[in-house]
Design a protein around this ligand. Structure first.
Ligand SMILES: Cc1cc2nc3c(=O)[nH]c(=O)nc-3n(C[C@H](O)[C@H](O)[C@H](O)COP(=O)(O)OP(=O)(O)OC[C@H]3O[C@@H](n4cnc5c(N)ncnc54)[C@H](O)[C@@H]3O)c2cc1C
Length: 466
């Protein structure tokens, strides 16, 4: 029987359970389906599509090296499954579990209905350290067991499916014609080979200042792993990355260097912890975790556009947004600051903030992204509303203004500390700020803090402390 491998956000051959198991049972049809509805409704933009295209080109080469083709379909999943069924009869379906918002969750429910109707066996394999059946309680125990199972080998000599009825007419190049918003970024190139190259560079050298530079906008780009997009599109398996980190940790003697890599390993654990949330609550991008602050923020479109375009008049905020436009990446600390500024000072609706940022972040991962957006908007019922003093943040993390000067050349001739508050100069050499920072900061803070202090009225989204 034909074994269909449905590739989604798992664009690799190494440690790939669907690929391995499919090849044990029959002729193999590796298939990537580009679903236009995701590009219309989700945060995806041109940069994500470009990353996917590059990943598919790399995947095609890797599959060819084990004599397998890669089939492409642009359209609806059930449409192409129907065609396979019609022309070739029943098949078995293999895929990794997808942990996304309702968009992909509801799509998966309809696929399940279709496979049940047709009596087709659909096996979904574990993708991350996320527990589908039992949730948070068993997550870590289960994850450690999964790590211990080790890396799944790339199959040897599989039997390839041949499309004798010519139902697959699309190619990877056809994807370039899809009309979607946004720009491409050249800073990241998609693909498993590139992911492995970057992981090696990290373990060889970059990690040595991981913790030291982690919050610095101009330095973390040289010391963070930058592996997030490769995890988000599955060019790298989280299990392989954990196991490699553990192996490198064993070889490191220097306590300082060990600390650096241990800090990285800790963050790898956060990855799956956050994704577990969206597995349980696929409405995480729509429904507030704690509803107390709902209704207080109504998006002002002028502010939203200024934020999106990096034209708020606040150098550190604009520098972050311009870095995102340019590279698709900034570090955690700056992400937290801009998300909090937009939601808690400009009082933009957190969903709009999440949408804008998600379309820029090349590593958009629904579970991490929407959890963080909600946390930075003060919607974690067990934490305060984070209010960052953006001037202090500039002084702490970009004290020589290297980052601001790099991203905002108009300010190159303005020295520190003036460059952090150019509106206070007699002749502001930069654009005027869209708000009065002090007044807005204080009034927004009072509003949000007062509401936050009120007693819980509704059950929160999770109903438990996470
Ligand atoms: C508002 C906001 C939105 C975010 N959206 C995303 C997103 O869409 N996708 C995404 O991968 N990360 C997101 N993050 C988390 C974090 O900023 C990025 O994972 C990190 O900056 C990626 O860079 P890196 O690969 O060099 O990370 P490293 O510091 O090298 O860490 C290694 C890996 O650990 C994981 N990790 C690191 N920090 C976190 C964290 N705080 N939470 C969960 N996992 C983490 C990531 O998979 C990362 O690739 C977001 C953070 C905030 C504040």
């Amino acid at each position: 029987m034909i074994q269909v491998i449905w590739y989604k956000r798992d664009l690799r051959v190494r440690d790939h359970a669907p690929l391995f198991h499919a090849t044990q049972s029959g002729s193999v049809l590796p298939l990537y389906i580009l679903e236009p509805f995701l590009f219309e409704k989700d945060v995806f933009s041109k940069r994500h599509l470009q990353f996917i295209i590059e990943s598919l080109e790399d995947l095609k080469r890797s599959l060819a090296s084990i004599h397998l083709p890669l089939y492409i379909y642009i359209g609806d999943v059930i449409e192409i499954f129907d065609q396979i069924y019609h022309h070739y009869g029943p098949f078995q379906l293999h895929s990794h579990m997808e942990h996304g918002t309702n968009l992909t969750y509801e799509r998966d429910l309809s696929i399940k209905k279709w496979t049940d109707n047709k009596n087709i066996l659909w096996t979904e394999y574990k993708t991350f350290g996320v527990n589908r059946a039992k949730g948070f309680k068993f997550r870590l125990r289960d994850f450690h067991g999964w790590l211990k199972e080790g890396v799944i080998p790339v199959p040897k000599d599989p039997t390839a499916f041949k499309d004798e009825h010519h139902i697959f007419m699309h190619t990877i190049s056809d994807m370039h014609h899809i009309q979607i918003q946004g720009d491409v970024v050249s800073f990241f190139k998609g693909g498993e080979s590139e992911g492995i190259k970057r992981a090696k560079a990290f373990f060889n050298q970059r990690y040595k200042k991981y913790q030291v530079y982690i919050n610095k906008p101009s330095l973390s780009i040289h010391s963070s792993s930058l592996l997030s997009p490769y995890l988000a599109f599955g060019n790298l398996s989280i299990r392989m990355l954990h196991l490699s980190t553990q192996k490198h940790l064993k070889d490191i003697q220097d306590p300082f260097l060990k600390d650096q890599l241990e800090a990285f390993e800790k963050r790898l654990y956060w990855h799956c912890h956050f994704i577990q949330r969206v597995e349980r609550h696929p409405e995480l991008n729509e429904v507030a975790w704690d509803k107390k602050l709902e209704g207080l923020r109504v998006t002002n479109q002028v502010y939203l556009t200024a934020f999106k375009e990096g034209k708020t008049g606040f150098p550190i905020i604009d520098a972050c947004m311009r870095a995102l436009q340019l590279r698709g990446w900034i570090n955690f600390k700056q992400r937290a600051m801009i998300a909090s500024f937009a939601s808690n000072v400009l009082l933009l609706d957190w969903r709009d903030v999440g949408f804008v940022l998600g379309s820029y972040f090349i590593d958009y991962e629904p579970g991490i992204h929407w959890s963080q957006i909600q946390m930075q908007a003060g919607l974690n019922p067990y934490r305060h509303v984070p209010m960052y003093d953006i001037i202090k943040q500039s002084l702490m993390h970009d004290k020589d203004a290297t980052f601001i000067h790099e991203m905002i050349p108009e300010l190159k001739h303005i020295q520190t500390p003036d460059v952090f508050t150019p509106w206070e100069l007699k002749d502001n050499p930069y654009m005027n700020p869209i708000i009065d920072l002090k007044t807005s900061f204080e009034s927004s803070k009072t509003l949000l803090y007062q509401k936050k202090k009120q007693k819980k009225q509704d059950h929160n989204l999770f109903g438990e402390d996470l």
